[in-house]
Write a protein that binds this ligand. Structure first.
Ligand code: SF4
Ligand code: SF4
Length: 400
């Protein structure tokens, strides 16, 4: 979005303030400058050249989670997500570039995963944790977020359909697919194959570019969107597993022109696709216990897919499926926000952990890996034992 488009979009805001109560940072900090309405005014002034791109202004945008609760509730349908990405692009790419570079490059990702595995296996992780050195080098938080490191797993080439073939689908695996997301990728493939779909994982796919887009790195966001738009077969539904990636793919038209529009048109959230598919009877074994559902903001506010998730989980015989209280508020993970803004991220997580401690479910499911890592780290710190996993992992585990 260029400055004049940003000004036009910002002008659609009628300053009613209805978005303020749903904004997590406004609720926490109580400052108009940390509210959606305040941020829109600031970004408009920046685009007009009335405000300088200084550290104070950047701080206001940096503290925005990008949860888009404001956008989902706005009666004027102001596209806040577009405005904030445009505002950040005007400020220029900021912070987190090294992490984004690693995630965007499969060879580099695998190299880092191998090193992380060696770090775990050699016992160095235990030693460094105890030594306090990680804190001195500012790595303690990132280290605490990470689950035990395993060896990187290669992406499967695909999954053959069981029974009567129902068609082809392509999976968007994402930039964590060789590591923490690998079980969810395999789970999606197994479930889709069990329903009769031939599942393809085109090798040319890469990171969706959401983190670049939200960091103001427009060039990289466009490059990744163009590569993915060319990397998936035409006319085949493209299914995403992480709702953060899905929310970005659904808006690829903003980043990759006509090819991006075409990809967005055939993109579906995998949960919604599976919720609508025909399921044979007796495909899943029963689950015992309470399954609490965390609804990522990208699923609720952008993909509008929370209902589909509950419909899908209702297929699990025996499971007592309930929403995690406070789902309307962001958990604080928000891409790399949990690393950049630890105080706010942890404050937002507290109420989720309180609810989890009180309800003591057997499982906590969430369709966004960043949320899962953030919540799981909080549970470990508090010593609360709940199994945390992607809903597709829970479903696939119950396949007969
Ligand atoms: S963004 Fe929407 S809800 Fe918020 S003040 Fe503007 S018009 Fe009102
Ligand atoms: S995206 Fe979320 S944190 Fe940012 S202004 Fe909107 S409601 Fe507030």
């Amino acid at each position: 979005m260029n400055p004049s488009e940003l000004i036009r979009e910002a002008d659609r805001c009628v300053l009613c303030g209805l978005c303020l109560p749903v904004c997590p940072t406004y609720r926490l900090l109580g400052d108009e400058g940390d509210s959606p309405r305040g941020r829109i005014s600031l970004m408009r002034a920046l685009a007009e050249g009335r405000l300088k791109a200084d550290a104070a202004l950047a701080g206001r945008l940096d503290r925005c989670l990008g949860c888009r609760a404001c956008e989902a509730m706005c009666p004027s349908k102001v596209r806040y997500g577009r405005i904030v990405d445009g505002g950040r692009a005007l400020l220029g790419a900021r912070g987190g570039a090294r992490l984004r570079r690693v995630l965007a490059n499969p060879r580099r990702r695998i190299r880092y995963l191998r090193l992380a595995h060696l770090y775990e296996r050699s016992g160095l992780r235990r030693v460094l944790r105890a030594s306090g050195l990680l804190r001195r080098f500012g790595l303690e938080r990132m280290e605490r977020l990470a689950p035990p490191f395993t060896a990187p797993s290669a992406l499967p080439a695909g999954f053959a359909p069981a029974g009567v073939p129902r068609g082809r689908v392509a999976l968007f695996a994402g930039c964590l697919a060789e590591g923490v997301d690998h079980p969810a990728v395999v789970a999606a493939g197994r479930l889709l194959a069990a329903l009769g779909y031939r599942v393809e994982l085109p090798p040319g796919q890469g990171c969706c570019g959401a983190m670049d887009a939200h960091a103001g790195d427009t060039r990289n966001a466009r490059r990744l969107a163009a590569a993915n738009s060319a990397g998936f077969p035409d006319g085949v539904p493209l299914l995403s597993l992480n709702s953060g990636c899905g929310a970005h793919l659904a808006e690829y038209g903003e980043w990759a022109g006509a090819a991006g529009e075409a990809l967005a048109a055939r993109h579906r959230d995998c949960l919604a696709f599976l919720a609508e598919a025909a399921w044979p009877d007796g495909l899943l074994r029963p689950v015992v216990g309470v399954v609490l559902v965390h609804e990522p903001c990208s699923l609720r506010n952008v993909l509008k897919g929370a209902d589909a998730l509950y419909r899908l989980l209702a297929r699990l015989p025996g499971a007592e499926v309930r929403p995690l209280p406070g789902n309307e508020r962001c958990c604080g993970a928000a891409g790399d926000y949990l690393l950049r803004q630890p105080t706010i991220a942890d404050a937002l997580r507290e109420e989720k952990l309180d609810a989890l401690a009180a309800l003591a479910p057997r499982y906590l499911v969430s369709s966004n890996r960043g949320c899962l890592l953030h919540l799981a780290a909080g549970l470990r710190e508090r010593g609360i034992e709940v199994e945390v996993l992607h809903p597709l992992e829970l479903l696939a585990r119950q396949l007969v």
